[in-house]
Design a protein around this ligand. Sequence first.
Ligand code: SAM
Length: 317
Amino acid sequence: MSVDYLRISVTDRCNLRCIYCNPLGDCGFIEPKEILRFEEIERITRLFTECGISKVRLTGGEPLVRKDIVRLVGKLATIPNIDDLSLTTNGVLLEPLAAQLKATGLQRVNISVDSAERESYKQITGFDLLRKVTKGIYKAIEVGLTPVKINSVVIRDVNVSQIVALAGMSIHLPVTVRFIEYCPTGKYTKPTSDYLPNREVRAIIERTYGPLSSVVMGHSHGPALYFKVKDSDGAIGFINGRSSIFCQDCNRLRLTSDGKLMPCLYSAHTYDLKRLIRNRASDRQMRDLLKRIISEKGNYTKLSSFKEEFSMCKVGG
Ligand code: SAM
C-alpha cells in the first residue's frame, strides 16, 4: 500500500465534549506557542507532497475553531500535487464558513454526527447544537463540499436507538453515512464494554431497510466498506477499526497540532517535526526524513505497537 494520505490536526481544542472522545474538555491542552503555525503546516505539507503525499485532511480537536482556518485552507490549496483536500468537522461552525472554504479550495467535508435526535445529541456532545449541525450538512451539500460523509460512532446503551435514523439519512440525502466502531482510548472516555461491533449495527439497519448491497465508491481510499439501501441517494459505510485489522492497507500518516508525526494511530512512536523545522532543518534534510518515515511506516502496526491510552481529540481521529 503506498502511503499517500496525511491527516493534519490543526488544534487540540474542541467546541463539543463528546462522551467517547473528549468528555472533560481539557485533554491537557497544548500551549499555544507549541501549536504549529500556518507557515509551518504549509511547509511540512509541501515537503510531504514532494515525497508522495497527495491527499490531505484537516482535523482536530475541531478544525473550524482554529482562527483563520479559511486562510490555512487557501494556503494548502495552492500546493501542487494535492489532489484531495478535505476536512473533518463536527459541523457546528460549518454553515457560515462552508461557502468560503469551498471558494478557497477545500474539496469536501466529513461531518461527525452521532444522533439525529436533539436530546440524545445533547447527551452525547454536551451541547444542544444539532440544529446548527444539520444546517451545516445542508450548506455543505449546497456549496458542493461533496461527497459529504457523515461519521457516526455508536456506543452501546447511548445511541443504538439512532442507528436507523442515521442510516436513513443516506436514503433521501446525497450523503454517505459511515459507522465507525468505537475505539476505547482511556479512563475518561467510555469503557470497552460499550463498544458495539459494526456487524450488529448492520443487522439493525437491515432489519428496517432490507438487505444492503455492496457498492464501490469513487472517493474511497480508506478502510471503509460501502453499501446501499435499495433506491437510496446516498450510501452507508462501515469502518471496522476494532473488529478487524487493516494495517496492511493503511495509507495514512497523522500530524498532531504540536508537530508530532505519527506513523500509526496505535503506536506511541512519533517524530518531532516541529523541533526540526524550528531548529532550521533544510528542505533536503526534511525530505530525507519524510521519505524514511514513509518507507518505515509498515514497522508500526496495531499489533506491534498497541498503546492503552491516547487522546483522539489530540490526534484527530
Ligand atoms: N472535531 C472533528 C469531528 O468531530 O469530526 C474532528 C476531530 S474528531 C477526533 C475526528 C473523528 O474521530 C470523529 O468522526 C469522531 O467521531 C472520531 N472519534 C473520536 N473519538 C473516537 C473514538 N474513541 N472511537 C472512534 N472514533 C472516534
